[in-house]
Design a protein. Structure first.
Length: 490
């Protein structure tokens, strides 16, 4: 049962909500900027005229507020309270409707009826949101897309789970997750340092821009099938709170987003970009930037050369389904290994080596267990001890990552029982310290994401249906070799 009190509050003591999910207002808004927004987009001037004609607010329309920092902030009824404030002080129309200031009919009876408002005061914003969201299960479906996404973000950041947001809004969990991701991207893009004040004022009103012109580009198919999708170029991913992550240098990542956002939102920035069927390939400035920074063309060539030097050729990109909790789908893992085994005559996955680790793999690590594993994997014949070596390789990778993070005083980044998480932390550390090249970094990320190496490693240990293959193990080691050498020589 909701715990709230009802009281009469003077209209001047009610504050319009700066965090209302339906309001798309600039950062650090003032009460006047909220009034201006409501006049422009929420027809509050007309509402003021209707209240004037009726002599006051209609019965049964509750105003809900919460007391924050000694002020009563309106959570439900912002349009009505704004309209009443305009009637009490018509000068609030000055910025947007100066000609209407003298047209409002304001009587003593009206002033008396709207000077004090009957308000339900909730104990906290979070406790109020359940009531508001439940009321708006149908209403939220009529909100603008970006308003919905903003609501999801406000609720999630306030501590609501995806399940709870879905329950009180009637929106599916998948749409909520998707909305959170898109809202984080739009927030990030609009806060980039490159925008001029003129661009912000003329083109970046969040209520007006078509956000899908930008967000659709991340997953859109490319015209040239050899080119990766934009999200892969950006190495775009999200953490547990749906904030964006990337392995790219931040300056490069931000610049790419800025160029793409200009094409999406700034008229005539790119004549060949129409926002519906276009791809990032239609943005000349972006293509030039990618080429200049060796992100699209040169890095792919370097990546292929790295793989070719190991007689592995082009990487396999078949994905294995994995649940978010990292519990592997056994059938998919088995099928992936089966398919790779059937293709063992393909040059991509064949090797004349009968040992997993070649003799020229030399490290300075003094840890006895790690050195023993390396020596065993140099001696054991892959034709006879494949399962043992698959498990040993996994152990070697885990111990090597921990060895590195301990040596560089970043042991706090070790995530027990989460090998992939520890690998990501190690890779990011090496990127920041600039001890791994862009091509090597990209290659290792693709091994992690596309080949799902850590899901397969876990499958070797936990599932009897996931069977290792000689050539695949060699493929994994040769592509992990660089990071292992860095770790064990640290």
């Amino acid at each position: 049962m909701l715990n709230y009190v009802t009281k009469d509050i003077n209209i001047n003591d009610l504050i319009l909500d700066e965090n209302n999910p339906r309001f798309i207002i600039p950062p650090n808004p003032s009460q006047q900027s909220i009034v201006d927004y409501l006049i422009d987009y929420e027809e509050v001037e007309q509402l003021a005229m209707d209240i004037s004609k009726s002599g006051g607010l209609y019965a049964g329309e509750r105003v809900i507020a919460v007391k924050e920092n000694g002020k009563y902030v309106v959570l439900e009824g912002n349009r009505r309270i704004c309209a009443c404030k305009i009637l009490m002080n018509p000068r609030l129309l000055q910025n947007r409707r100066p000609a209407s200031i003298n047209k409002l009919v304001i009587t003593d009876n009206l002033i008396n009826n709207i000077s004090n408002i009957n308000v339900d005061v909730m104990p906290s914003r979070i406790s109020a949101q359940s009531s508001l969201a439940a009321k708006h299960i149908d209403g939220i479906k009529k909100w603008s897309t970006i308003s919905k996404y903003k609501f999801f973000a406000l609720e999630f950041d306030a501590g609501r789970t995806i399940d709870e947001i879905a329950l009180v809004t009637g929106v599916s969990q998948s749409k909520i997750r998707s909305g959170l991701k898109e809202y984080r991207v739009i927030q990030y893009v609009l806060n980039l340092q490159y925008w001029t004040q003129k661009q912000k004022e003329e083109y970046l009103n969040l209520q007006d821009i078509k956000t899908s012109r930008l967000t659709r580009l991340f997953s859109a198919k490319t015209q040239d099938k050899k080119n990766p999708r934009l999200r892969d170029i950006l190495d775009l991913s999200y953490d547990d709170n749906f904030y964006i992550q990337t392995a790219l240098d931040k300056d490069i990542f931000d610049k790419i987003l800025y160029i793409v956002a200009q094409a999406a939102f700034i008229p005539d920035y790119c004549v060949d970009f129409n926002g519906t069927r276009s791809t990032y390939e239609d943005i000349p400035e972006l293509m030039n930037y990618l080429a200049e920074n060796k992100i699209l063309i040169e890095s792919r060539k370097e990546e292929k050369q790295t793989l070719s030097s190991n007689d592995l050729g082009k990487k396999e990109t078949t994905q294995i389904t994995s649940k978010e909790s990292d519990v592997e789908n056994k059938n998919d893992l088995r099928n992936k290994e089966k398919n790779k085994k059937e293709n063992k005559n393909d040059k991509k996955y064949t090797s004349n080596r009968n040992v997993l680790i070649p003799d020229d793999f030399m490290v300075s690590c003094k840890m006895i267990k790690i050195n023993d594993i390396i020596n065993e994997l140099k001696r054991l014949n892959l034709n006879y001890s494949i399962n043992a070596q698959a498990v040993l390789l996994r152990v070697l990778v885990e111990l090597s990552l921990k060895y590195y993070l301990n040596n560089v005083n970043e042991s706090g980044k070790i995530i027990e029982n989460n090998l992939e998480g520890t690998f990501n932390a190690t890779l990011e550390s090496m990127r920041v310290k600039k001890i791994i090249s862009l091509a090597e970094h990209s290659n290792l990320n693709q091994i992690r994401k596309n080949d799902k190496i850590f899901s397969i490693f876990n499958g070797y240990v936990h599932y009897d249906s996931v069977l290792p293959n000689k050539n695949i193990l060699i493929y994994y080691f040769d592509n992990m070799r660089k990071i292992l050498e860095i770790c064990l020589n640290s």
